[in-house]
Design a protein around this ligand. Structure first.
Ligand code: HGY
Ligand code: MN
Ligand code: MN
Length: 419
C-alpha cells in the first residue's frame, strides 16, 4: 500500500505549474526556451531549482562541474542516495520539456513522499546535470560525464564557447548565484550512488503512435562526435584565379557530401548530422580561409560505429585538395543496455501505477548513459507531441507528465526502501 500512496500523492497541476514557471527562464517568442549552459538564463533556472528545494526542506550540494543535488534525507543517511533528475540547460532553440521534465518530475516525486508522510531508508536526491546539451560548450552530457569520470574535469573546465569564454570561468559565478538562496554543500565527484532513474520526453513518435503513456527504456545507442577544421587561405574574390585558390568552403563541401554518402544505410538506423558549419572570415568578397564543422554520428552497433567513424579522417584528408584538415574526436560513447535493480523497479512501478507502457530503445543521448557506468540506471519516457524536440514547438500533456512522475516516484520509493 505504501507505493500506491506515493503514486496517489503526485500532484498533476503542481507539476505542470512548475514546468510553466521553469519555462519563463530563457523563454522565446515561439514558445520554447533558449537556456544554454551557464548563461544568465541557466543560472536563473538553477536558482529557481535551489529555491524550490530549500522551501521543501531539502539540502543542496554542488560538485566541481556545477551539478546540483537536492537531498531528501533517509532514515539511514550513510546509505548511498538513490538519485533521479536530468538537465535544465537547453538547445538554443529548445523546448520546455527536454531535460526539465526529468528534473521537475524528480522534485514532484519528493514532494509526493513528503505529502504522503513516507520515509525511505536511503536518501533520495534530485540532480540537475551541468551542460547536457553541449550547444554552447561541446561536448554534451558533460556534467554527468565528469561525475562518472573525474579525470575529465580539468579538460572540461578549459572548453571555450564561440566567444572564447572558458567554461570554468562561467562556472566560477555559480557560487554567488546560489549563495543568497541558502547553504550549499560540496559534493565529491563519483560519490557512490545506489541507483539512478531519469525521466525524459521520448523525443520520437512511438508512444504517441501506440497510445502508450510510459516508455521503459532498455538502452541508448552509442555516439561519436567530432570537430573538423578545414584550413585554406584567405584571398581576394575578384583577383585570385581558381588554380591558386585554397578555398576552405569548397573543400569542406566536398567532405560533407562524401561523408553523408558514406553514412547512408539501407535500414535507416544510422544517424549522421552536421549541425554546425561555420566559414571564416564570413565576408562575401573573401575566399574563406577556414571552415569549422561538427559531426554527430550515432548507431546502436559498436563495431559499425568504430569502422565508419574511423573512416571519417581518411575521407576528409583525401578531399582536402590544396587545403589542410584537422579532426578532433570530442566524444565516443558505447551503446548502453539498462539492466538490474533500477529498470526492474521501473517495471514494477508501471504495474503499481497501472500505466500503459512499452519497451523503447533511445536514439537520443542522456545523462543516464554516464550513470550506468556507476550504478543500476534506468529511464522513464513520456510522450511528446508528434515526437518534436530540439525545437521550440516541443509540447507535452499534463496528464502524461504526471503519469511519468508517478512511475518515477514509485520506483524511487521502492529502490530507497520506503516504509
Ligand atoms: O543530443 C542528444 O541526444 C540529447 O538530446 N542532448
Ligand atoms: Mn535531454
Ligand atoms: Mn536534448
Amino acid at each position: 500500500m505504501v507505493l500506491e500512496r506515493v503514486a496517489a500523492s503526485v500532484d498533476e497541476a503542481g507539476l505542470w505549474k512548475m514546468h510553466e514557471e521553469m519555462a519563463r527562464f530563457g523563454a522565446t517568442p515561439k514558445g520554447g526556451v533558449c537556456r544554454e549552459a551557464l548563461t544568465p538564463e541557466d543560472f536563473d533556472a538553477r536558482r529557481q531549482f535551489a529555491e524550490w528545494g530549500r522551501d521543501a526542506g531539502f539540502v543542496l550540494a554542488v560538485d566541481a562541474i556545477g551539478n546540483m543535488f537536492l537531498r531528501r534525507e533517509g532514515t539511514e543517511p550513510d546509505l548511498p542516495p538513490v538519485i533521479t533528475g536530468s538537465h535544465l540547460d537547453s538547445q538554443p532553440t529548445g523546448g520546455r520539456f527536454d531535460g526539465s521534465f526529468g528534473v521537475l518530475a524528480g522534485l514532484e516525486a519528493l514532494f509526493a513522499l513528503e505529502r504522503a508522510g513516507i520515509r525511505t531508508r536511503a536518501p533520495i536526491e534530485v540532480v540537475n546535470w551541468t551542460n547536457e546539451e553541449g550547444g554552447r560548450f561541446a561536448p554534451g552530457v558533460m556534467g554527468s560525464g565528469v561525475y562518472a569520470d573525474p579525470s575529465m574535469l580539468a579538460t572540461m573546465l578549459e572548453v571555450p564557447d564561440k566567444a572564447g569564454t572558458r567554461l570554468g570561468d562561467e562556472l566560477d559565478r555559480l557560487g554567488s548565484i546560489l549563495a543568497p538562496v541558502g547553504p550549499v554543500g560540496a559534493r565529491a565527484l563519483a560519490a557512490p550512488v545506489g541507483a539512478f532513474i531519469e525521466g525524459h520526453i521520448e523525443q520520437a513518435l512511438r508512444l504517441e503512435e501506440t497510445g502508450n503513456s510510459i516508455g521503459i527504456v532498455t538502452g541508448i545507442q552509442g555516439t561519436r562526435k567530432f570537430r573538423v577544421e578545414v584550413i585554406g587561405e584567405e584571398a581576394h574574390a575578384g583577383t585570385t584565379p581558381r588554380r591558386r585558390r585554397r578555398d576552405a568552403v569548397l573543400a569542406a563541401a566536398w567532405m560533407v557530401q562524401a561523408l553523408h554518402r558514406m553514412m547512408e544505410d539501407a535500414d535507416d538506423l544510422l544517424r549522421f548530422t552536421i549541425g554546425v558549419f561555420e566559414a571564416f572570415p564570413g565576408a562575401p568578397s573573401v575566399i574563406p580561409g577556414r571552415v569549422r564543422f561538427s559531426i554527430d554520428f550515432r548507431h546502436p552497433d559498436d563495431v559499425l560505429r568504430a569502422r565508419l567513424g574511423d573512416a571519417i579522417r581518411p575521407l576528409c584528408e583525401a578531399l582536402a585538395g590544396p587545403c589542410r584538415v584537422q579532426i578532433e574526436e570530442l566524444q565516443a560513447a558505447a551503446s548502453v543496455d539498462f539492466h538490474g535493480a533500477a529498470i526492474e523497479a521501473v517495471r514494477h512501478a508501471v504495474e503499481i501505477v497501472g500505466a500503459s507502457h512499452m519497451d523503447l530503445y533511445s536514439g537520443a543521448g542522456h545523462d543516464a548513459r554516464n550513470m550506468a557506468r556507476l550504478c543500476p540506471s534506468a529511464m522513464v519516457f513520456v510522450p511528446c507531441e508528434k515526437g518534436i524536440s530540439h525545437n521550440e514547438a516541443e509540447n507535452a500533456k499534463p496528464e502524461d507528465l504526471a503519469e511519468g512522475a508517478r512511475v518515477i516516484a514509485v520506483a524511487l520509493a521502492a529502490l530507497a526502501g520506503a516504509a
